[in-house]
Ligand binder design. Sequence first.
Ligand SMILES: [Zn+2]
Length: 435
Amino acid sequence: MPTVDFLLRSYDQTEAFACHSDSLDNVLAFQYEFLSLFPGLANFDTNTIRPELIKSSEIEANIEAFIKKAEGEIPAIHRIGSFIRNLADGETFFVFPTSELDRKVSFHISNLLSARYHKEDFEETQTSMNELFGGLLDKYDIFPYGNKRKAIGNSSKADRICRFCQNTRIPLAFKKRAHAISEALGNKTLVLHDECDGCNEEFSRTLEPQIIEFFSLYRTIYEIKGKGGTKKFSGKNFKIGRNEDELLEISFSDLEKIEPENQDVVEDAPKLPFTITLHSNKKISRQNLYRCFCKFFLSVIPEELLPQFRETIKWTNSEFDIDKLPQIIEFNFPHSFQEQPVLLVFIRRDNDQSVPFAVCEFQFTFHRYIFIIPRSTADSKDFSEKENFDNFLSVFSHLNRAQDGMYVDFSDAKMRDFVINCNFVKNNQSDEIVE
Ligand SMILES: [Zn+2]
């Protein structure tokens, strides 16, 4: 059957749809009419870089009118309406009359969209991206989630299938609003329709408090706004919060425990450098933190990918523990602060078993956590094994260049006291979290 495909791309959105008809003339007429909605587009070939399009109220109005006319025949065209509505005014986007782009064109377009979005020089972006990510982009598709508002899954409640229990819960209900990433970590943009009330409630009772506790110090320091605004952080021997002058204030009840050689107390302040150890009220397990990261991943990915993660879902539901997990790479990104959490999802494009099928980067304030999704049926290798992990690193080679990158084992499944060591040093304040 004659078909024409279309692909729309912006910095953080990709949308494809197709038009089928028994008559070739009909689909060609549709193609011409659709492309004519965008200035300068109708006469371009499929495989060239298309003219850059800029979102305007005029384009939006034209599209809305076109959708009203065509919606009876092509229901999928609604998605184009939401693609256009999600663009900011003046944002760059592209429309291609094809379902898939040539890799080189796609890479070029990604760099151009990123440069425009971040208001950077395109040539510079292109050069540095080539150096850092050329090999990675041959292997993986990359999807960002969190910069923009997105409701994931089925908007119709009757059609929802819970990603975590497959609707096996009794009673089953979808009355509450579930966040794809915890709201307490600042997520205001990502909502997951396909999570039932029971699974949501269980997560918020068992695993979620642990990841919130893990990030509590940062939540307070960086004033991350969850439900009900910013939060104070307190534990067995400390209280941290903003005072009336909005300055960060720590009250600490264990001063006598500061290292003896640094115990000179001058004008109420111990001599630098010194360390204070904050004892949290809660217990956490590192494996549960890994589960939380993976649950966020499972909450944002396209539905079609879920069958490859059935075992991963059972593990995030705590049906079993994994003895040895791949290391998580943590590093700081001092020049890029995320006001709300972002997930970068990497999905392998081919069947190359030497690298993981799915990798994810969790971006929170200045911190980045890169983790491999374990137990995908699309993987035959175990990336907790050194040789396999090293091979993964050879493709994600930019991680090796991250300064102060740490490779941390999150396999420990035991619930332990959570302790934060804060190192105070002269001129260069830093804090470090250790167990
Ligand atoms: Zn459920």
